[in-house]
Write a new protein. Structure first.
Length: 187
């Protein structure tokens, strides 16, 4: 596996080794040993999967407040997304900055997002299967979201004229009005 740094400290693009031949391919999507060799030590406790039927589905920006904050290893099994990580750690040198990475079944890239970051994605194709591992269990009490179009964050989602959003995502607060409790160096 190959770890590629991004502009956000702790957020990495992971490129798996693909073993292919005339029958297809094989790849490891998670190996404790390989990730530790890359300096990434996570104890994932839950796997999640979402399915989006249409191009233009936007999910996010989501996170769980401490003490149930989650690191995520995300990837796409079918289709393609623009995946976004946002630094929500108050006091961080990259606070409110974001990165976007295309993840697809074709490029097989993954994104490692540590605790303290918000996460979202927009589908670039129809029929998207999105998979992710988390290092903390789901907590309804700590589940949070930040408005996808928060002007203080300024994620460029591309055209949003025909974007499909959930009620949760259209009514999430702006970061300045949220109770996000991430502090740089404490999470």
């Amino acid at each position: 596996m190959k770890k590629i740094s991004t502009e956000l400290e702790g957020v990495y693009i992971i490129e798996p080794v693909i073993h292919g031949d005339h029958r297809g391919y094989f790849m490891e999507t998670w190996s404790t040993r390989n990730f530790e060799e890359l300096g990434l030590k996570y104890d994932f406790v839950q796997d999640n999967q979402s399915y989006s039927t249409q191009k233009g589905v936007l999910r996010g920006i989501h996170f769980q407040n401490a003490p149930m904050a989650q690191a995520k290893l995300v990837r796409v099994n079918r289709g393609a997304v623009m995946d976004v990580a946002v630094d929500l750690r108050k006091g961080s040198p990259t606070y409110r900055r974001w990165i976007a990475v295309e993840l697809s079944a074709e490029n097989r890239r993954m994104l490692m997002i540590p605790r303290g970051f918000g996460h979202g994605f927009k589908t670039l194709t129809e029929d998207v299967e999105f998979c992710y591992k988390v290092d903390n269990l789901y907590s309804k009490e700590c589940d949070r979201g930040i408005r996808f179009n928060d002007p203080d964050i300024g994620v460029d989602w591309g055209s949003v004229d025909e974007t499909l959003l959930s009620e949760k995502d259209t009514t999430s607060p702006l970061l300045k009005d949220s109770d996000c409790n991430f502090v740089y160096g404490e999470i």
